[in-house]
Design a protein around this ligand. Sequence first.
Ligand code: NAD
Length: 288
Amino acid sequence: TARLIDGKAFAAALRDRVATAAAAFTQAAGRQPGLAVVLVGEDPASSVYVRSKGKATLAAGMASFEHRLPADTTQETLVALVDRLNADPAVDGILVQLPLPRHIDERAVIARVDPDKDVDGFHPLNAGRLATGLDALVPCTPLGCLMLLRDVHPHLAGLEAVVIGRSNIVGKPMAALLLQESCTVTTVHSRTRDVMAHVRMADIVVAAVGIPGFVQPEWIKPGATVIDVGINRVEGGLVGDVDPRVAEVAGAITPVPGGVGPMTIAVLLRNTVVAASRRAGLAVDPSL
Ligand code: NAD
């Protein structure tokens, strides 16, 4: 059966390296790296995420600025806050928690964030930088997946990778990252005619679908590495996008919970220190 990829332990080690780098930044720059998180409305899941992001930011020795706005906040008020954070020298990273209430134009807000403070990596300029091989701020979840994959496969070049899902948050940046690592990359999605035919070829499968237990054991090439991005709330707890029986066929697999999930916040903190270093003209710690 598959080796379990311990995302929780990897994320804890990454958070330690981030804390060391944050302390070095504070020493060199005379101030802490700062992350601003903006939450509009009272969505309970988003509220929990924002709270854990704030706690993790402080624990890493960074400054946390939390902005909670009411659900009926106007586009103008939100954009004005983003503008203030863009101009604030103490803020290195800006994260606007998604989803935003329906009356707000999410794309316009994302595009308003200073690309050099865009620690979520959702700004079109960062997507373009990633696609063209420039220094980009990269979305946290797929970058976390890549870190776990590099740990399992020191040589990713030439491997067949299949990404299931094409969202701007996970699937598309994941495919771009794997392509940059010289994998042979296929993206399958809701309109793909035969998902299984593609997955069967893959040395690496990244599932970001949002359907509990979607990926079946018969689809998996024996020994393949499977990264399960899915976080689905079902009766009895959280489950991934990969059927647990896949562990009987795969060579290595991320569990849910304890796989990709813990990586996202750790990479967010990492991106904040990277953004702070670049903004201050300091070298980026290579261990990040
Ligand atoms: P999304 O809904 O934006 O995208 C899902 C993708 O799956 C779409 O591109 C769609 O084309 C594809 N898809 C849907 N049905 C399919 C089918 N039958 N066959 C093949 N492809 C199909 O979701 P997302 O934001 O990319 O998130 C995906 C999953 O990852 C969710 O479970 C989400 O909760 C989870 N997630 C986890 C983290 C984390 O670990 N921190 C972060 C983001 C998302």
